[in-house]
Design a protein around this ligand. Structure first.
Ligand code: ZN
Length: 362
């Protein structure tokens, strides 16, 4: 058995295709390049090059002991297209191109679908098509969906989307809720500090609130088998949610939300949390204590983050080897229903380039 056959599985790994060729309501390209001025040039050039060429990832994957990456279109992707028809057509085209990338390298890549929630029925149809015909493992949704203009949002707890959730539950595939920045007309608090709107802070704030909307809407009481994946160590929620729960106790029934259970139980029953873009031991240990190792998943957030930084941290984390195996591989095999012929060889899971140290928490 080769090294890669028993390697890690990573779930928040992004590509961009020049053929995406579409624009947001404000006229900016939806490829992330509009933020280029905020980034160090060398970093940004590397990210852009890697986003567009998944084959160049293999070397990094091999070095980090990563067997498989689940690919998804980088944010805001289809969610940022204000025109319904363009969104529907572009999602289909992107998913077909993703299927080609996966087919070209089926042992190293899998796919998460992009869905046009501008048209809820079409989104459900596209998810069914990609799962049943293209073999995709689930769907990645970049937060709210623009419909009509850049300041219009349809959040995932809102009434039209529940038909989509019914189809997700019936298919039994996970939904990765990935961040995007808040609506342009809701950024007053960021004025003077525009860099905070995106990944340094706004991504987590936006996604955490979106997740609370899902919980308080009663969605998980109506569809209890739904499984949502949150990146970036749960966008702060493993730490923050207990306080939400304790404060909700003192609110009136009319405003407390429609959920039937304490909110932390949804985190333990309907959510998985990945390490994407977050490599610090203290928050991981907190998350482990809140939701258990069976609900944690290794991920990188490639190519925005490096495999090396993520893997060096993960391989030396002071957790049990049983938990390390679950987080790196076994939970993903089960959730994504991947074949698991190689699960019994944990010794080869660690990165060949890092030395193993099991004591120091980083
Ligand atoms: Zn990401």
């Amino acid at each position: 058995m080769s090294e890669r056959d028993a390697g890690k599985i990573a779930l928040e790994e992004h590509f961009y295709l020049p053929s995406f060729e579409t624009y947001g309501a404000d006229g900016s390209a939806l490829d992330g390049a509009s933020k280029a001025h905020n980034y160090d040039q060398k970093y940004f050039a590397t990210v852009q090059q890697r986003l567009a060429d998944v084959n160049s990832w293999i070397e990094d994957m091999d070095r980090g002991g990563i067997e498989r990456m689940v690919l998804s279109l980088t944010q805001p992707g289809i969610q940022g297209i204000p025109d319904r028809k363009i969104a529907v057509d572009t999602a289909k085209r992107m998913n077909d191109e993703l299927a080609q990338m996966v087919t070209a390298n089926p042992k190293r890549f899998s796919g998460f679908a992009a869905v046009p929630l501008q048209d809820v029925r079409a989104a459900g149809d596209e998810l069914e098509r990609t799962v049943s015909q293209l073999g995709f493992k689930g769907v990645l949704i970049n937060g709210y969906t623009n419909i009509g203009d850049a300041n219009t949002a349809q959040y995932l707890d809102e009434a039209p989307v529940w038909d989509f959730w019914a189809r997700v539950e019936a298919l039994g595939v996970p939904v990765y809720l990935h961040p995007r920045p808040p609506l342009p007309n809701q950024r007053r608090v960021y004025e003077g500090y525009p860099v905070l709107v995106d990944s340094p802070w706004g991504f987590a704030a936006e996604t955490a609130i979106h997740t609370l909307r899902l919980m308080l809407s009663g969605l998980f009481d109506r569809f209890p088998r739904l499984q949502i994946i949150l990146g970036h160590m749960g966008e702060g929620l493993p730490f923050l949610l207990p306080r939400v729960e304790s404060r909700l106790r003192h609110m009136t029934a009319a405003v407390r939300g429609k959920q039937q259970k304490p909110v932390t139980s949804y985190l333990r029953e309907n959510f998985y949390v990945t390490t994407a873009g977050h490599f610090r031991s203290q928050p991981l240990l907190d998350t482990l204590l809140e939701i258990g190792a069976e609900r944690l998943l290794f991920s990188v957030d490639y190519p925005y983050e490096t495999v090396q930084e993520q893997v060096e941290w993960f391989d030396s984390l002071a957790i049990s080897e049983t938990d390390r195996r679950r987080i790196a591989r076994e939970n993903a095999l089960e959730l994504l229903r991947l074949s698991s012929a190689a699960t019994k060889s944990p010794a080869t899971m660690k990165s060949p380039v890092t030395t193993q140290s099991s004591t120091a928490a980083k």
